[in-house]
Design a protein around this ligand. Structure first.
Ligand SMILES: C[S@@+](CC[C@H](N)C(=O)[O-])C[C@H]1O[C@@H](n2cnc3c(N)ncnc32)[C@H](O)[C@@H]1O
Length: 200
């Protein structure tokens, strides 16, 4: 396990530069670290999304795809056309090596993804210490009515006022199709809520 991987300060506010440095440093051991800690959120969210999605062959964007663990969960849940983007080139290299993605590209922090996806998944991404709370609105803004936004908030994020305020502010623009609290990192006794919003 790398030094920075489960630093107690992992789930805290940091700048985009600090976030990039953290994930650049973590890329090599990320999969072993989080899998070893019992990372459940990707499978939970992908399973919930599969139950709601009208067409699992339609392109889905794995926003903040990291090394590809979220893409693997989406693939395991039956999604067949997965694109991915991330701000950390070292994480993206691992995602590319997984062979799971149709298309992968690097994004700058705060950059909106292209419009046209019917589903965007941001698994373990919009959270304290990673992408900021207003990312929810950026992503929702790229969907057409009826489009789905699937994301997760871990315990630290659920306790943060700015992320909860951003979630509440989606109210007039989206219907909450799914919301469930459950295990996030079982080895750390951490939970997460997985959400699926439908753009109105
Ligand atoms: C905890 S990892 C989750 C990766 C993957 N989705 C998974 O479930 O394993 C968070 C990822 O979000 C990326 N990230 C952080 N801030 C971001 C931003 N503003 N936009 C897009 N990706 C971001 C990081 O580079 C990192 O790969």
């Amino acid at each position: 396990m790398s030094k920075g991987s489960f630093d107690p300060k992992l789930w805290t506010t940091r700048s985009p530069e600090e976030t990039l440095a953290l994930y650049t440093d973590w890329a090599k051991t990320y999969d072993a670290d989080v899998t070893g800690a019992g990372y459940q959120t990707p499978a939970r969210l992908a399973g919930a999304l599969a139950g709601i999605s009208p067409d699992k062959t339609a392109p889905i964007l794995d926003f903040g795809c990291g090394t590809g663990l979220s893409g693997k969960a989406l693939s395991d849940a039956g999604f067949t056309t997965i694109d991915g983007t991330d701000i950390t080139p070292e994480m993206l290299e691992k995602a590319a090596a997984s062979g799971l993605y149709r298309d992968l590209w690097h994004s700058a922090p705060g950059e909106a993804p292209p419009a046209g996806y019917t589903t965007i998944a941001a698994i373990g991404v919009v959270s304290l210490g990673a992408a900021p709370a207003d990312t929810l609105h950026t992503l929702l803004g790229r969907l057409d009515p009826g489009g789905l936004l699937a994301f997760s908030y871990n315990d630290a994020t659920l306790a943060d006022e700015s992320y909860m305020t951003a979630l509440e502010a989606t109210g007039p623009h989206a219907t909450r199709r799914f919301e469930e609290y459950g295990p996030h990192l079982t080895g750390k006794d951490m939970g997460s809520t997985v959400y699926i919003l439908e753009k109105t």
